[in-house]
Design a protein around this ligand. Structure first.
Ligand code: GLN
Length: 490
């Protein structure tokens, strides 16, 4: 079923479709394409059908319906759903069945959405290709030889291939926007504090945010409206009113000023940081022309510290990961080795067996950056540069409404292409990472296809808590183009 969430809601209200028929159709699609794509770690067929029937019964009774009634959604496997295994893509959590729902899941249940399954991801959300999952490699529906991006690659592939109209992901350094870009769909990273992380398996706590994947901006607005808002169980969640995103998304922003960072593009004689591909650059420049034709002013700006963002991120994120992942010791949480000699040996073996290579690398890097003697030179220095990165954005947003550029330097890369070179993999996040360091919001929307038919993402960044404006601006472009309507042939 190729319909968007808005269309599914409409068809149910007119009586054309039931939630059960919708669910059955998506389950059939999953069965058809999963052998090729492997987007899901678990599909809850029985549970989804049961939810659908309950929603249909509710409608028959004439009860008030939730705002996502009867719409299936895929959930990244770092998000806890009561009674369903949450592995975070790791062997460490192979047997973990959360006894509670994450805040975002409670919200989805209240909205009558249908939880259709848990989607694949890089282990503990560490990666940019979903190849770090301990269970399987998800493929890009546009080209099965290529990765869907990561770490929320399963969620992005599921939506792109119409296995589900919506999905949730998490974004610590780009893990929603980058896979959305590489899979030709819309992905939004909310501002830090906009969405509660209660019930999310933590990676980098000063960076993590949960957000929507969808086919278009309208559906993204709808899903954000459901999950955003204050929750006392996450002390970083901010108590600010949640706008009616889905309603306001249609009104264009007047006198729009778009900032374009010179550091993001190739200059005569100098390549952009991260090596921007010429085809990607052309599509982004074309998108800017669309905005110009709508009356927007394009203004060159500078984010002078953006070249340091990858370096800063890999100190801050690894430091926080080393601390967050300390709880997986075979006692508090996680896999426990079968044979050991004493407590220390048990912990060593449990962690050695439970974690994959990339997670171990990050724990070691982070522990080193925090160790006495090095903390000043690495971690604390990184925090200072992080502040400068935030100040760059504050200055920029004083002169423009949003900042526009590419989501990723290239279209989807081949499976295996970067696995041997962690640094090359890290550099693929060059444009997304600074938003997490600064706590601002960002969205990736489809803006083109390469000559070989791979999607290209346009990233739009907004000041903290301006999701409403961000969505309206993204929708302005979407109305003029049809990239979001293209579907892969899988
Ligand atoms: N690719 C980045 C990393 O590996 C970002 C991941 C994320 O946003 N979860 O850490």
């Amino acid at each position: 079923m190729n319909l968007t969430a808005a269309e599914l809601l409409e068809r149910q209200s007119t009586g054309d479709l039931s939630a059960e028929a919708i669910t059955q159709s998506f389950l059939a699609r999953i069965q058809q394409v999963e052998p090729k794509l492997r987007s899901f770690l678990a599909v809850d067929e029985a549970g989804a059908l049961e939810q659908a029937r309950a929603i249909d019964a509710k409608r028959r009774r004439g009860d008030a319906m939730g705002i996502l009634a009867g719409v299936p959604i895929a959930i990244k496997d770092v998000i806890c759903v009561q009674g369903q295994r949450a592995t975070a893509g790791s062997k460490m959590l192979e047997a973990f069945v959360p006894p509670y729902d994450a805040h975002v899941i409670t919200r989805l249940k209240e909205a009558d959405a249908i939880l259709i399954g848990k989607s694949n991801c890089d282990e503990f959300a560490m990666g940019s290709s979903t190849e770090n999952s301990a269970y399987q490699t998800t493929r890009n529906p546009w080209d099965l030889e290529r990765t869907p991006g990561g770490s929320s690659g399963g969620s992005a592939a599921a939506v792109a291939a119409s296995e589900a109209p919506l999905a949730l992901g998490t974004d610590t350094g780009g893990s929603i926007r980058q896979p959305a870009g590489l899979c030709g769909i819309v992905g939004l990273k909310p501002s830090y504090g906009r969405v509660s992380r209660f019930g999310l398996i933590a990676y980098g706590s000063s960076l993590d945010q949960c957000g929507p994947f969808a086919h278009d901006v309208r559906d993204s607005a709808l899903l954000l409206e459901v999950i955003a808002g204050h929750d006392s169980r996450d002390s970083t969640s901010v108590d600010r009113p949640v706008p009616q995103y889905a309603k306001v998304v249609e009104s264009p922003v007047q006198a729009l000023v778009i900032g374009v960072p010179r550091e993001f593009f190739n200059q005569p004689g100098a390549q952009a940081t991260g090596g921007l591909d010429a085809e990607v650059e052309r599509s982004v420049r074309d998108a800017l022309k669309v905005y110009e034709s709508l009356g927007a002013t394009i203004k060159e700006i500078s984010l002078p510290h953006s070249p340091y963002s990858v370096a800063v991120y890999y100190l801050v994120a690894t430091a926080e990961a080393s601390s967050n992942l300390a709880r997986y010791d075979g006692v508090h949480f996680g896999h426990r080795a079968k044979e050991f000699a004493g407590l220390i040996d048990m912990m060593k073996k449990s962690r050695g067996e439970g974690f994959g290579a990339e997670v171990k690398r990050r724990i070691m890097l982070g522990t080193y950056a925090l160790s006495s003697g090095y903390i000043d030179a690495y971690y604390l220095k990184a925090l200072k540069v992080r502040r400068l990165i935030r100040q760059d954005f504050d200055r920029a947003f004083a002169e423009c409404d949003v900042i526009v550029g590419p989501t990723s330097p290239t279209a989807a890369f081949k499976i295996g292409e970067k696995t041997g070179d962690p640094l090359a993999m890290y550099l693929s996040d060059i444009y997304t990472i600074s938003a997490n360091l600064a706590g601002i919001c960002g969205i990736s929307i489809p803006c083109g296809l390469t000559k070989t038919g791979l999607p290209i993402g346009l990233q739009i960044l907004g000041a903290p808590f301006t999701e409403e404006k961000l969505l309206r601006i993204a929708r302005m472009y979407e109305r003029e183009t049809d990239w979001h309507k293209r579907r892969p042939a899988v």
